[in-house]
Design a binder for this molecule. Structure first.
Ligand SMILES: O=C(O)CCC(=O)C(=O)O
Ligand SMILES: [Fe+2]
Length: 391
């Protein structure tokens, strides 16, 4: 693995630097590259990037390097068929960080946050700031201790900021490890970042919640937006549904990989169903239901039952249309470019009573959503049983 020794991270950073340089040369010579590669090259000239070997000495910088390799570079390789010509075979022979590397670096961040009482907001800005110990705080101003900003000690140690999807991912890693105190604060920060952010012109489409989805959304919707496409679909409960396999378009495949990245689960078909796209009709709604299938249905599927649902909101509505969890008593408003994720079972694969949900009728507007259902078979190692049947 990469995260267990700093020298490995330094080497990886150098590999990345060479890949960026090759990309820049290729672009200068008029070569066409995916927009993700172009923006990666641009972000590498960001002053916060610093010297590559040095940057990984910052825990956020190290996490981001692994995230870029595990997610962004992996996507670029998929989208750039002649990548061996661009980067040279030698670079591609290096092994790339795995999901476990990324998770390890997220756990390392969480551990450092706990041990050194690191300020979360600063951490997301790529800065390492130690907050005061509670016992050290004093009501007397002269004695009150000051937070210590370690990134300011050495100018080069600044790192790029974390994106909203990173903050969410790290919350998810904490949750998977049962570190609920930390998962709650990272999830809360995700919500704050999402609601604070006012989209501005030129933003990638999906920046609002899962910025990592880039500008994929409008393209995903295209395959089922024409009259002709819609004819293939079946009308179910005031909603028209269609299926988008990963092979339909590289953008769809990329979205599936993104869901895998965020959930830590395998999303390849048939472990992950194809994306189901829904557009509600007049007064369109979805009655309360479990996504978890009844036993007799799930027994007919090789991939068995659905353990997790990832639901993206692809449009805004003017009024109505919230997804409501009728037992858990939670209403999720339709916010374009946001997503909601929920588990349909516990680890022992027992249906979660709280997962029952419904799509409220759309009052005014057009509601488009797409969901990815992730199944049991193919995720045995990603989501193993807990120590007790209740987990
Ligand atoms: O549209 C919604 O809000 C919910 C959709 C849903 O629950 C489903 O497709 O299973
Ligand atoms: Fe559902």
């Amino acid at each position: 693995d990469f995260y267990s020794a700093t020298f490995r991270l330094e080497n990886l950073a150098k590999v990345e630097q060479r890949m960026v340089e090759s990309s820049r040369r290729y672009i200068q010579q008029g070569g066409e590259v995916p927009s993700a590669l172009q923006s990666l090259c641009d972000s590498m000239s960001h002053p916060g990037y610093g010297a590559p070997g040095r940057m990984v000495h910052s825990p956020v910088g190290a996490y981001l390097l692994l995230r870029r390799f595990h997610r962004d570079w992996a996507d670029i390789m998929e989208e750039l068929p002649n990548h061996a010509d661009v980067f040279g075979q030698a670079e591609l022979e290096h092994s790339f960080p795995s999901a476990a590397d990324l998770e390890g670096s997220a756990l390392a961040l969480l551990r450092l946050q706990g041990v050194y009482n690191l300020d979360l907001r600063s951490l997301t800005e790529g800065e390492v700031v130690m907050n005061c110990e509670r016992s050290q705080t004093s009501t007397d101003d002269s004695e009150r201790c000051q937070p210590v900003n370690l990134s300011r000690l050495t100018g080069q140690l600044t790192s790029l900021p974390l994106g909203v999807s990173d903050v969410f991912y790290i919350g998810n890693v904490a949750h998977k490890r049962g570190e609920f105190y930390y998962s709650a604060i990272w999830f809360n920060l995700t919500l704050t970042l999402v609601t604070q952010r006012t989209p501005s012109e030129g933003d990638p489409e999906l920046l609002q919640v899962l910025e990592a989805l880039g500008d994929s959304y409008s393209e995903v919707r295209t395959p089922c937006s024409s009259e002709e496409d819609l004819k293939q679909f079946v009308l179910v409960r005031n909603v028209v549904t269609g299926w988008l396999p990963d092979e339909e378009d590289p953008v769809v495949a990329k979205l599936s990989r993104r869901v895998a990245h965020i959930t830590g689960l395998n999303t390849t078909f048939p472990t992950g169903d194809n994306f189901q796209v829904l557009n509600y009709g007049l007064g369109g709604q979805y009655e309360p239901h479990y996504d978890h299938l009844d036993d007799e249905v799930s027994r007919t599927l090789v991939q068995a039952n659905r353990i997790l649902t990832f639901l993206f909101y692809l449009s805004e509505v003017d009024a109505g249309g919230a997804t409501v969890f009728t037992v858990a008593n939670i209403a999720v408003p339709v916010v374009k470019n946001s997503a909601v994720m929920f588990e349909n079972t516990n680890k022992a694969l027992v249906r979660s009573g709280g997962s029952v949900h419904a799509g409220c009728p759309v009052l005014i507007g057009s509601k488009w959503v797409t969901n990815k259902w992730i199944h049991e078979v193919g995720n045995e190692l990603q989501r193993p049983c807990g120590l007790t049947p209740e987990e």
